[in-house]
Design a protein around this ligand. Structure first.
Ligand code: ADP
Ligand code: MG
Length: 250
């Protein structure tokens, strides 16, 4: 394998339980640099848990997981790897999780200064550039509560990008937004995909998935039921479960 095909995420036979609930069942998942993977599936199927395992927000009980050359061990026994992974994997949540008491610009500059050791000047100039890139440079001095949901989510995206992540995870980034604001967030994500960012996206936006995904994964009850290129998965799903899920959402 050369560098471009070396996976940035390698998950093998991963199992995750919440008490007696077997939430992820023998998941195998390799993601290569530059790949855009969209995860779809019914509510409660394990999508959030799966991507939260990738940046160590959830522990798992068995299996192998290597993220950007750092190994995550079962039961969270990997403190150093966790720190590294958290600085190299960005995440955008359904609820934007901005710091309410900080201005937009301060939201974006805080982690690069604290964690990456950037000077204040450098953090500010790169923060402004990122806000410009997601189309909200004019909001830099406002507080999150004074922004629309779509703007807040774009701040969250800029904040994650400020850490120069190698991989971005998105958990239903548009599900909490009013319909008229979904497009502006998807546009920013589409740009990021075009620039070659490696992305794992949980979403119900099937049109977007079809357009940006290199691969769509359908999760059913904690198992990968089917996966493939979007045209194939959406147009000719092989499994009955994929067919009935798509019949409900398309
Ligand atoms: P999805 O994101 O596909 O809707 P989740 O990964 O959030 O699904 O949840 C998968 C299953 O795990 C669900 O049955 C959910 O109720 C359960 N679950 C999620 N988080 C927890 C938790 N912290 N404790 C117990 N059960 C949980
Ligand atoms: Mg979820």
């Amino acid at each position: 394998m050369n560098d471009t095909t070396q996976p940035i995420v390698r998950m093998q036979q991963l199992n995750k339980h919440f008490g007696s609930l077997h939430v992820l069942n023998n998941i195998d998942l390799d993601i290569v640099p530059g790949e855009v993977v969209v995860i779809i599936g019914a509510s409660g199927s394990g999508k959030s848990t799966l991507i939260r395992c990738i940046n160590g927000l959830e522990e798992f009980q068995s299996g192998n997981l290597v993220v950007d050359s750092s190994e995550l061990l079962p039961y969270g026994k990997s403190t150093q790897a966790l720190q590294k992974i958290r600085t190299e994997v960005g995440m955008v949540f359904q609820q934007f999780n901005l710091f309410p008491h900080l201005s937009v610009l301060d939201n974006v500059t805080l982690a690069p200064m604290k964690v990456r050791g950037l000077s204040r000047d450098d953090a500010i100039s790169s923060g402004k550039r990122l806000l410009d890139r997601v189309g909200i440079a004019d909001q830099a001095d406002k507080y999150p509560s004074h922004l629309s949901g779509g703007q807040q989510q774009r701040v969250a995206l800029a904040r994650a990008l400020a850490m120069e992540p190698r991989l971005m995870l998105f958990d239903e980034p548009t599900s909490a937004l009013d319909p008229e604001m979904i497009g502006e967030v998807l546009d920013a994500m589409r740009e990021l995909a075009k620039e070659g960012m490696t992305m794992v996206i949980v979403t119900h936006e099937m049109g977007f998935a079809r357009e940006v995904a290199d691969r769509v994964i359908f999760i059913h009850k904690g198992e990968i039921a089917e996966q493939g290129p979007p045209e194939k998965l959406f147009d000719t799903p092989q499994h009955e479960r994929t067919q009935s899920f798509l019949a409900r959402v398309l």
